[in-house]
Ligand binder design. Structure first.
Ligand code: ACO
Length: 268
């Protein structure tokens, strides 16, 4: 039974698809919880994550995404790519029975399981150890920050399987590492280790595996030490900085600062 302040967390639905969500003050920790399948992912999880993101109250200031066990995520449950699929889940073969609009709409819903992590209302942190393959890499890319254990191996495996990365991972990858390196990483489907990830700017920090939780906790504490409203406005500003021209971005800065001045003076 959920307490009133966590009633928005549908624990039964999440556990039914191999997920957990634990709220501790202003921090929501989302755990991929299928270690026996190396936290491979399913559409049921993506729907549940999208709905969880849509129901998040303003009190949540940081979301940590992690995987149970030694592997962050081995990507899509590869059985979904074969004819037998996974009971209760959409397989690619099921999907292909629909028309193109149905397929496009379904992938859009899958992507929402990732894009909610960019919501400026909170800062999202991927805590990564072991493999982060395909959808696992894209889930880590959906987060604002990545704290990475030294055994981490990222891999955009999709092109090796005849697919493209379609879970909203291409944009953050290019923004983080640049077009050429992103293409090389995707087109070769090679592994990117933790040290290279730090060098490329993919990893916010790289630490020994034993220190991963403590380092994430320190980062979360530091994020919470700043003013909540200022962090939200700043995240939104930084998100638009890459695509807007200087004039439009300056306008956004002025508008955001006006809101901050109003909020601070109202508080004084
Ligand atoms: N989907 C479904 N089951 C998986 C997946 C997966 N993606 N990955 C691992 N498993 C299962 C294995 O079948 C195995 O099950 P079993 O115990 O019933 O035999 C179990 O998890 C353990 O897997 P191992 O391979 O033994 O684990 P190990 O730690 O040695 O290797 C690794 C981990 C490297 C992640 C390996 O499992 C792997 O390469 N998995 C496939 C990765 C992949 O191709 N993902 C798809 C990417 S594309 C996309 O995401 C869109």
């Amino acid at each position: 039974m959920s307490s009133p302040d966590t009633a928005w967390i549908d624990t039964d639905r999440l556990s039914g698809v191999g997920l957990r969500a634990d709220l501790d003050g202003a921090v929501l920790t989302v755990t991929l919880d299928r270690p026996q399948r190396r936290n491979s992912q399913t559409p049921g999880q993506w729907y549940a994550l999208g709905d969880l993101g849509a129901s998040l109250p303003d009190e949540v200031r940081v979301v940590v995404v992690r995987g149970e066990g030694a592997t962050f995520s081995a990507g899509i449950d590869t059985r979904l790519l074969g004819p037998d699929g996974v009971p209760g889940e959409d397989s690619v073969h099921d999907l292909m029975r629909g028309d193109d609009q149905h397929v496009l709409g379904t992938i859009d819903a899958y992507q929402r399981g990732f894009t909610w992590l960019g919501d400026p209302r909170f800062v999202s942190v991927a805590q990564v150890r072991g493999h982060a393959i395909g959808a696992g890499f894209q889930l880590a890319l959906a987060c604002d920050l990545r704290v990475v254990a030294d055994d981490t191996l990222f891999c955009m495996k999709e092109p090796a399987l005849g697919l493209v990365p379609d879970l909203a991972g291409t944009k953050p990858l290019v923004e983080l590492v640049g077009y050429s390196r992103a293409l090389e990483i995707c087109a070769t489907a090679r592994f990117v280790g933790a040290e290279e990830a730090r060098h490329l700017g993919l990893a916010t920090a790289v630490v020994p595996g034993d220190d991963l939780e403590a380092t994430t906790a320190d980062l979360v504490e530091a994020l919470l030490s700043s003013d909540a409203g200022a962090v939200r406005e700043t995240k939104a500003l930084l998100q638009s900085a890459g695509s807007l021209g200087l004039e439009d971005q300056r306008l956004r800065e002025r508008q955001a600062q006006l809101r901050r001045f109003r909020a601070l003076t109202a508080r004084a």
